[in-house]
Design a protein around this ligand. Structure first.
Ligand code: GLC
Length: 405
């Protein structure tokens, strides 16, 4: 690893301190708050990120994080994106479900489980979580794909994990520049519609039904991982089935989302493409669904272009030449270490080590400059949003990956 050991150790110490400070236990369920002052509950993909980082030195804490997540699984298999273990001061959203939200988030849990297994080889834990995980992915492959087209739909921008991303503006009827509150209000209307539709995902087609790029790329990768998990558990039919589902989703992404240059989210029965350039264009590398030539082009023509994504602190979540780009605007431009993590692994998948290392380095620099903040201005590196935010810890996984390969 060419990132100096001293820098890495300093950030590691801080990351573990944040993760430990934010850890809570309620009724025997252990989980980690993304940020105690801003996000005082458990969140789904955050918990997966926590488990990935904790698995290296604290596998038991990593397991606790995933166990508490599946303890709130819905009967139909859905894993909610928020669990309200304790009541806290927070914007009150009427989800109609009591203790949890009624929408999900990017399906990272198979990878998180695999990460724990790779560190301690505990087959018992694989077995314990296997059925809940299968139920969740089956839900995404059926209820979220009622017409059997091999793409999973999301019913609210929040399910992408990128609440106010400009990818969804056109469908929400919002112009490229608008207030955060306006965006929030339109997402709340979708929750209301979902409540009236009794949380029936296909019912949402008339309001918001998007086949998003990162969500489906993450699904492809996680179905591959689920297939490996099934193999370890000697469930060979399952293993084959999940591997073939991963292929089908990857193929459908190419058929419906690709325009010969970039992958775009789509909506509606005719798969209309929503062409706003965000970091999502790099997500297909994470799922390895590009050819080596396509990946090279994506990196050269977009990631490394100073007008688009090559900022001082990489990677801005929205291309700097988009009218909606706002360097301080939550998911409308700032650099997020979570998005960096996906881009980093995508680059590593295609052997772009130098570019991957640049992103790991940028992530470390941001943490050193501004601390464990939620997101960062890509030009100045200023830390923004929540404090004591856990996602910075993903920089450790990037450094460890570089060291191992
Ligand atoms: C914000 C992010 C979302 C995250 C949550 C908790 O809503 O957009 O991705 O899960 O905070 O950290």
């Amino acid at each position: 690893m060419s990132i100096e050991a001293k820098r890495y150790e300093r950030v590691k110490k801080e990351a573990y301190e944040v993760l430990e400070r934010n850890r809570r236990t309620t009724d025997g369920h252990q989980y980690t708050l993304p940020s105690p002052s801003t996000y005082p509950y458990q969140w789904f993909w955050d918990s997966c990120f926590h488990a990935i980082v904790l698995s290296t030195d604290y596998p038991e804490a990593a397991k606790g994080e995933l166990r508490s997540m599946v303890s709130s699984q819905f009967e139909n298999g859905m894993l909610p994106h928020m669990i309200y273990w304790e009541s806290a001061e927070f914007v009150h959203i009427e989800w109609g479900t009591g203790k949890t939200s009624s929408i999900t988030q990017p399906p990272m849990i198979a990878e998180a489980l695999m990460s724990v297994y790779q560190k301690d080889g505990d087959t018992g834990f694989l077995r314990e979580l296997y059925q809940p995980l299968c139920a969740f992915y089956e839900y995404l492959l059926t209820a979220r794909d009622p017409r059997g087209n091999h793409l999973s739909g999301i019913v609210n921008p929040d399910e992408s994990g990128e609440d106010n991303s400009p990818r969804f503006d056109s469908l929400l009827g919002l112009p490229p520049i608008h207030e955060l509150q306006e965006n929030f209000t339109s997402r709340l209307k979708l929750v209301e519609a979902l409540r009236h539709g009794h949380f029936d995902a296909p019912f949402m087609k008339q309001y918001f039904w998007v086949k998003d790029v990162p969500f489906n790329a993450i699904l492809v990768k996680n179905l591959q991982v689920l297939s490996t998990i099934a193999e370890r558990l000697e469930m060979l039919d399952d293993s084959e089935r999940y591997a073939s589902e991963a292929l089908l989703v990857g193929k459908a992404m190419r058929e419906r989302m690709y325009d010969g240059e970039l992958f775009w989210p789509t909506y509606g029965e005719s798969y209309l493409k929503m062409k706003v350039k965000t970091w999502a264009i790099f997500a297909p590398m994470y799922a390895r669904i590009l050819s080596a030539k396509e990946a090279r082009h994506l990196v050269d023509a977009h990631l490394l272009d100073e007008k688009q994504f090559r900022a001082r602190y990489m990677v801005p979540t929205v291309s700097m030449d988009e009218p909606s780009f706002d360097p301080d605007g939550f998911w409308r431009g700032p650099t997020w270490i979570g998005a960096n993590w996906f881009i980093f692994h995508g680059l590593m998948n295609y052997g772009f080590r130098e570019e991957a290392e640049h992103i790991a380095r940028s992530s470390l620099e941001l943490l050193e400059l501004s601390g464990f903040r939620e997101y960062f201005n890509p030009t100045t590196g200023e830390g923004l949003g929540a404090k004591d935010f856990t996602w910075g810890a993903l920089a450790l996984d990037m450094c460890e990956t570089l060291r191992d390969k």
